[in-house]
Design a protein around this ligand. Structure first.
Ligand code: ZN
Length: 180
């Protein structure tokens, strides 16, 4: 079994994980910004002297209700991405534990199909499909992961889990989000 192509498919999984982290962090920043604005607003809204500061805080949102509904939406999106990231980590973890990754060339089937054309006895062209063992995995459908890739992938997954955990703890310490 070929080890080199397994790196390519594992790397593809890791790249997907990294772009998920990018999106996750962007949504996380937006969520935190809204949480903090909401917090500041709660702290000053009962003070009539702070009306100007209050309006400044709401400048980007229009009204307190609008801010709260956007905050709620950000919360849902944040939680959705969080579980999506956890799912991706779990999937990679499973690959690492099994030591094998599905061959991306044949999508795990072990077979590849190619269209061929045959000349019939009346000299007409007859297309047909030829099925062969996948050249990348030799018909097995899976590729063994080498130790270096495994070590690297494990580092990425562990770091991602830390990012998820940290973001969850941080948002938990800010405030409760008003329900819509
Ligand atoms: Zn294959």
């Amino acid at each position: 079994m070929e080890e080199d192509s397994s790196n390519k498919y594992l790397l593809f999984n890791l790249q997907e994980l990294c772009s998920s982290i990018d999106i996750f962090l962007k949504i996380y920043n937006e969520y935190v910004e809204k949480l903090e604005t909401h917090n500041k607003l709660k702290a000053i809204e009962l003070d009539p002297k702070k009306r100007a500061s209050m309006m400044l805080l709401l400048y980007n949102y229009g009204s307190k209700e609008k801010l709260e509904s956007e905050l709620y939406r950000s919360k849902l999106k944040f939680e959705e991405l969080q579980s999506q990231l956890e799912g991706r980590c779990g999937a990679i973890q499973k690959i690492l534990e099994s030591n094998y990754i599905n061959c991306g060339h044949c999508e795990g089937s072990g077979k590849v199909k190619t269209e061929k054309i045959e000349r019939s006895e009346w000299n007409t062209m007859q297309p047909y499909i030829e099925t062969k063992d996948c050249p990348s995995c030799q018909g097995i459908g899976k590729l063994k992961i080498n130790d270096t890739s495994k070590k690297y992938a494990k580092l990425v997954v562990d770091a991602t889990r830390k990012v998820i955990d940290m973001s969850r703890r941080l948002t938990d310490t800010i405030v409760n989000v008003p329900e819509e």
